[in-house]
Design a protein around this ligand. Structure first.
Ligand code: NAD
Length: 368
């Protein structure tokens, strides 16, 4: 089925979000060329998913690299045609201020480094794209938002599923009540984690499965409802004798209550594989499995007693290119991203409540 042109969808979601801090002159001059990105941290996600997708972008291009490893700068510089003048170490990071080819600094570092490098990028006068989780605390998220606002620059979080066509369709169907008003959402994300990596080192990760993969369960419930949870209850199960889980949690299951009455049951796990959600309405359900993977999203809908697969025939830009182009278009148009810093902050506020609920064995109210 057709879900409309991407421009229409983005326009609809972004409508009315004009950002006062982006001057019309800046927007006009940026519109004359592709928006230049510097990638910070040449690890797995940056080099395997993000960098190869600039070639699929209409408005974004890779112009600079930041790494602490000179060999990586040479290797990827050669592969992507980035000259040594546009290579940076962490020590000379702030010199990006003087490089007018760089419009956006995309932070793809371990979680605990997101806040510092995002804030320094904003202070260097750059727009910031930052990977999820936005930071390791709500307080850090607030500081990042304040820094970008002070600089008059955009801040966007790498919630790629918001640019993935099946997730966009699920949002539309769920919020329009295609299977009746939503009553229950189940959302499950997890994978058996390999030992010896920064994700298992709390000072770098800020937490365990919840920070890394459970955040997809949480974020999906928020985008499928378009609401913020008002109550959370969580339990944690971690085998502390397992050397992987010396400092971070393994499994957390959590329940969320939303203002409209929707209840969500969510799984976050570092010891079992999950990637699915189901939106259950009064007249059926919308099922996605896999739901938030890099590719292969599969949707089924139960309605009027029948279960049918739902496919999207329109060839679409993939979620990675869609995400990179969205930020570029926001800069060119002077509009605010659909996943700004406030979106990352909202997740971190709930994550903090999930951890508190699990630790204190009680339900936490999030109502303001
Ligand atoms: P990775 O370990 O593969 O890469 C991390 C990079 O940071 C490496 O290049 C490493 O050299 C560099 N680094 C700099 N200082 C470091 C330090 N003190 N300790 C460890 N590494 C240091 O990790 P990754 O999988 O690329 O994840 C990076 C970020 O991207 C994380 O925040 C993660 O949550 C996020 N991510 C997002 C997605 C997604 O689908 N949106 C997928 C994977 C990762």
């Amino acid at each position: 089925m057709m879900i409309g042109s991407r421009r229409t969808i983005l326009g609809g979601l972004g409508a009315g979000l004009t950002l006062a801090g982006i001057g019309a002159q800046g927007a006009r001059s940026a519109a004359q060329r592709k928006i230049g990105y510097a990638i910070v941290g040449l690890g797995s996600y940056a080099t395997r998913q993000i960098m190869p997708n600039f070639k699929n972008c209409d408005h974004a291009r890779l112009v600079a690299l930041v790494s602490g490893t000179p060999a990586k700068l040479r290797q990827y510089g050669a592969e992507y045609g980035i000259p040594a003048t546009h290579h940076y170490s962490y020590a000379d990071y702030d010199r990006m201020r003087d490089n007018s080819d760089i419009d956006v600094v995309y932070v793809v570092l371990p979680n605990a480094m997101h806040a510092e490098y995002s804030i320094r990028a904003a202070q260097a006068g750059k727009h910031v794209m930052c990977e999820k989780p936005m930071a390791v605390s709500a307080a850090e998220c607030e500081a990042m938002i304040a820094a970008s606002r002070k600089a008059g620059k955009l801040l966007m979080i790498g919630y790629r599923s918001r640019f993935e066509p099946y997730n966009r369709l699920a949002i539309d169907l769920a919020r329009r009540g295609h299977v009746g008003p939503t009553r229950i959402i189940t959302s499950e994300h997890g994978f058996p984690i390999q030992p010896n990596q920064w994700r298992l080192d709390r000072p770098l990760s800020g937490g365990g499965s919840m920070m890394d993969i459970g955040i997809y369960s949480l974020n999906a419930t928020r985008y499928l409802t378009g609401e913020e949870p008002v109550e959370v209850s969580a339990i944690e199960s971690t085998d502390r004798a397992d050397p992987r889980f010396k400092t971070v949690e393994d499994r957390i299951s959590f329940l969320l209550r939303f203002p409209s009455g929707v209840e969500a049951t969510c799984v976050s796990s570092y010891s079992s594989a999950h990637n699915a959600y189901r939106v259950v309405g009064t007249e059926g359900w919308i099922d996605m499995e896999p739901a938030t993977s890099y590719s292969g999203q599969t949707m089924r809908i139960r309605k009027d007693g029948d279960v049918t697969p739902r496919t999207i025939s329109e060839p679409a830009k993939n979620q990675f290119a869609g995400q990179l182009d969205h930020m570029a278009e926001c800069i060119m148009n002077g509009s605010k991203p659909i996943v700004p810093g406030e979106e990352g902050l909202a997740d971190l506020r709930v994550i903090e409540a999930i951890y508190r609920s699990a630790a204190e064995h009680r339900t936490i109210s999030l109502a303001t």
